[in-house]
Design a protein around this ligand. Sequence first.
Ligand SMILES: CC(C)(COP(=O)(O)OP(=O)(O)OC[C@H]1O[C@@H](n2cnc3c(N)ncnc32)[C@H](O)[C@@H]1OP(=O)(O)O)[C@@H](O)C(=O)NCCC(=O)NCCS
Length: 157
Amino acid sequence: MSAADISTLRRYLNEEIADGYAVYYDHERSITQFFDWYHARRTAGWPLLVAERDGEVAGFGTYGLFRPWSGFRPTVEHMLVVGREHRRLHVGSELLEALTTHARAEGRHSMIGVIDSEDDASLDMHTAMEFREVGRLPEIGRRDGVWRTHVLMQRIL
Ligand SMILES: CC(C)(COP(=O)(O)OP(=O)(O)OC[C@H]1O[C@@H](n2cnc3c(N)ncnc32)[C@H](O)[C@@H]1OP(=O)(O)O)[C@@H](O)C(=O)NCCC(=O)NCCS
């Protein structure tokens, strides 16, 4: 992937940081921070899948351990971001399906999405992709001074 493509993915992430529900950072990610994160995931061997539309990167998805202890290796937590101009074109569901296929091929048993309770697009997409709500985490984080509740959605692979 080119540096320009990585920069485009950074823009998609930063748009969510600015006013989305999915990613809670106080500040947008700098080029250095995003490149470091991207290369660290690659080096650690985690998948970082990218979807393209009309020759442009349209979104990305990745996963990592759900909990950092060896007994939890069968379960991974994923995240994905689709560029706003590419939404509702099945980019997100394509990425999520590819992540589940990758996880199953690695011998993982389940995938977890941790989703803001007001993120209707993500909740609906996960429901459409055979994820089921298995729990809620009230007041687990803060965004713009407001407590946020998250929904745990799981798919057994
Ligand atoms: C959630 C997100 C990944 C969905 O990506 P997308 O490419 O727009 O989703 P898709 O086109 O694949 O949608 C698949 C299905 O999900 C549901 N869905 C997706 N977006 C929806 C919305 N805004 N409202 C209602 N349902 C929605 C629909 O059932 C849709 O199928 P349909 O279009 O045939 O009706 C995207 O909105 C996004 O990047 N959001 C910000 C980051 C985020 O929330 N990430 C998930 C956290 S793990």
